[in-house]
Design a protein around this ligand. Structure first.
Ligand SMILES: C[S@@+](CC[C@H](N)C(=O)[O-])C[C@H]1O[C@@H](n2cnc3c(N)ncnc32)[C@H](O)[C@@H]1O
Length: 298
């Protein structure tokens, strides 16, 4: 049962979602408390502002656009992301450096942080996270066919039928970072803090950095209508990977409809989510229990 603790917080099973700005929330969080972070942040830094969200909900203008139709099917709105100006690149670096600096103290030494991105922004996030004191540990390739890219030159489709302005995305990078260990070895860190490594798929097979995935299924979108919804099957695999001993609190500071929390609940793991937008916070109240109850395949 969902329990409303206040106007700005609810609890469901092992999950807690807080309506807040994550930067503020991080300032008040206990040090060395969180075992892993799994998150899908805003990138335009504009697209989740109150004004742009209103335009998206009204279906009018703004940074959200409907991508051109390739097969006559109805498309969902996507934020524009083709070229970043120097100012936008700098804004992304500044945002993630400040965010990384605020996050660092609340994590256990050796905690992993996994951040969804796209090929244009992931190098900027990596630089910012390193400058905030994190170690870069690689990048998870989520193999998924999205509708990003692949368009012909705008307004000249017929003139240049064999040209696309950038490749159609068939993968999504999830940057992997770690707060430095408190000890010389992973084994010592695991004994003391329970984190520092990633959970293997089996005794024979380590965690792999290429993960086949589908787009978010329609039945999940119906339960949680968020424009950037991530699929349960993928998130559950990532939550499992990030807790090497199966213990600890997972944080999603940009929680949206609570998909990371739902994945945690399905796995019996404790999760905390922070979401700034009241509309998505309220949607999460019904979405988290329903997504957590879904039986999903990989
Ligand atoms: C890309 S979406 C994540 C959606 C999520 N993957 C899901 O499946 O529901 C980013 C979310 O971060 C929220 N957000 C933006 N800035 C925030 C902040 N400073 N603190 C907390 N949440 C924020 C936005 O409202 C948005 O819902």
């Amino acid at each position: 049962m969902v329990r409303r603790r206040s106007r700005t917080e609810f609890v469901y099973g092992h999950q807690r979602l807080v309506l807040a700005d994550c930067h503020r929330w991080l300032e008040s969080c206990t040090a060395d408390h969180i075992a892993a972070v799994l998150t899908d942040p805003p990138y335009g830094l504009l697209e989740y502002s109150a004004q742009e969200q209103q335009k998206l909900r009204d279906g009018k203008g703004g940074v959200w656009r409907i991508p051109p139709s390739f097969d006559g099917a109805k498309r969902r709105a996507l934020p524009r992301f083709t070229i970043l100006s120097d100012g936008q690149r700098e804004a992304i670096r500044t945002f993630f450096r400040a965010w990384g600096c605020a996050l660092h103290p609340v994590l256990k030494p050796g905690a992993h942080v996994m951040i969804a991105g796209n090929p244009l922004v992931s190098p900027l996030v990596a630089m910012a996270m390193e400058s905030a004191g994190f170690e870069r540990r690689g990048e998870i390739v989520r193999l998924v066919r999205t509708f990003r890219g692949g368009d012909r030159p705008k307004g000249a489709d017929a003139e240049f039928p064999m040209v696309c302005t950038m490749p159609r995305a068939c993968w999504e990078p999830w940057g992997l970072f770690r707060k430095p260990l408190a000890f010389r070895t992973v084994a010592e860190n695991l004994r003391a803090w329970g984190v520092g490594g990633l959970r293997r798929l089996s005794e024979e097979t380590p965690f792999l950095d290429v993960v086949e995935s589908s787009t978010t299924p329609e039945r999940e979108r119906a339960v949680a209508p968020h424009p950037s919804l991530k699929p349960q099957a993928f998130l559950r695999r990532m939550v499992t990977a990030m807790l090497p001993l199966g213990k600890g609190i997972v944080l999603d500071p940009f929680a949206g409809c609570g998909t990371t929390l739902a994945a945690c609940e399905a796995l019996g793991v404790e999760g905390i989510g922070i979401e700034i937008d009241g509309h998505y916070f309220r949607l999460a109240e019904t979405a988290v229990p329903r997504l957590a109850a879904l039986d999903v395949s990989a």
